[in-house]
Write a protein that binds this ligand. Structure first.
Ligand code: PEP
Ligand code: MN
Length: 272
């Protein structure tokens, strides 16, 4: 972070290139939704066995249809906190509503802003204030149709009260292409490294939409220089209450982690 490196993207622009943010790649893995203690513990056990640091999972779910599973709410946060404690993992979960902010802040180690709330400026400001003292990590997803400039500008709502522990997360855009769920903008990785001091995460599950595309997108994200990755994994994806098609099984996840460790090593990085 301290030493400015020349841009590897010669000719693209004269902006400084701040480089990747360290020699580790943080993997935020876990189920789309927290469904039960048993389900969440099984994933936590797997993540801990892999020597990873964080587990993710939604307790408040932004669903397209109000009749779909909305998440377990506070019960989901409790399940998550118990698993985090039991397996020695940090926990990351989405805050959908400013009113839930104090509660989520109390239970979780990291707060996620979902893509659909990228432009919910009052929520961003509330999270910025709630985390000003604790400096808990805020993972801020790019909106489905947000430009990089809009996303970076709005990130200041999160940091303006003093918490600069913010991770930007590219998660795919809405484009004309329907073969994938969203179009992953891989160029966001080097662009964020040029235009911001914040680290960049790539969520490879939501743009993929189906599990067999996930490994390739994860490899691409590491090669592009991401600072962290998000991957959804579930003990029984077929019966998942949300995002069933894209969640990896536990054996697939273990195989992916082994593969990604080798790719990260090429860049002198380790996955944590
Ligand atoms: C999620 O991470 O579970 C999620 C809902 O993601 P997004 O906001 O990117 O759709
Ligand atoms: Mn999901």
């Amino acid at each position: 972070m301290s030493e400015l490196k020349p841009s590897p993207l010669k000719g693209i622009s004269d902006l400084p290139y701040y480089g990747t943010r360290g020699d580790t790649i943080t993997l935020f893995a876990g189920p789309c939704s927290v469904e039960s203690q048993e389900q969440f513990d099984e994933v936590a056990q797997c993540i801990a066995d892999e020597g990873l640091t964080w587990i993710r999972g939604g307790a408040f779910k932004p669903r397209t249809n109000p009749h779909s599973f909305q998440g377990l709410g506070e019960q989901g946060l409790q399940i998550m906190a118990r698993a985090g404690e039991a397996y020695g993992l940090k926990t990351l979960t989405e805050v959908m509503d400013s009113a839930h902010c104090p509660m989520v802040h109390e239970y979780a180690d990291g707060l996620q802003v979902g893509a659909r709330n990228c432009q919910n400026y009052s929520l961003l400001a509330t999270i910025g204030k709630a985390t000003a003292q604790s400096r808990k990590m805020v993972l801020y997803k790019r909106g489905l149709a947000s430009t990089i400039a809009e996303w970076l500008a709005a990130a200041d709502y999160l940091t303006q009260d003093g918490n600069d522990n913010v991770v930007l997360c590219e998660r795919g855009l809405r484009t004309f292409e329907t073969a994938t769920r969203f179009t992953l903008d891989i160029a966001a990785v080097p662009l964020v490294h040029k235009q911001s001091m914040l680290p960049i995460c790539v969520d490879v599950s939501h743009p993929a939409g189906v599990r067999d595309l996930v490994p390739s997108l994860a490899r691409a994200a590491i090669a592009a220089g991401c600072d962290s990755l998000m991957v959804e994994v579930h003990p029984d994806p077929q019966h998942a209450k949300s995002d069933a098609a894209q969640q990896l099984t536990l054996p697939q996840f273990r195989e992916l982690v082994a593969d990604l460790r080798q790719i990260a090593a090429v860049f002198g990085k380790t996955i944590v």
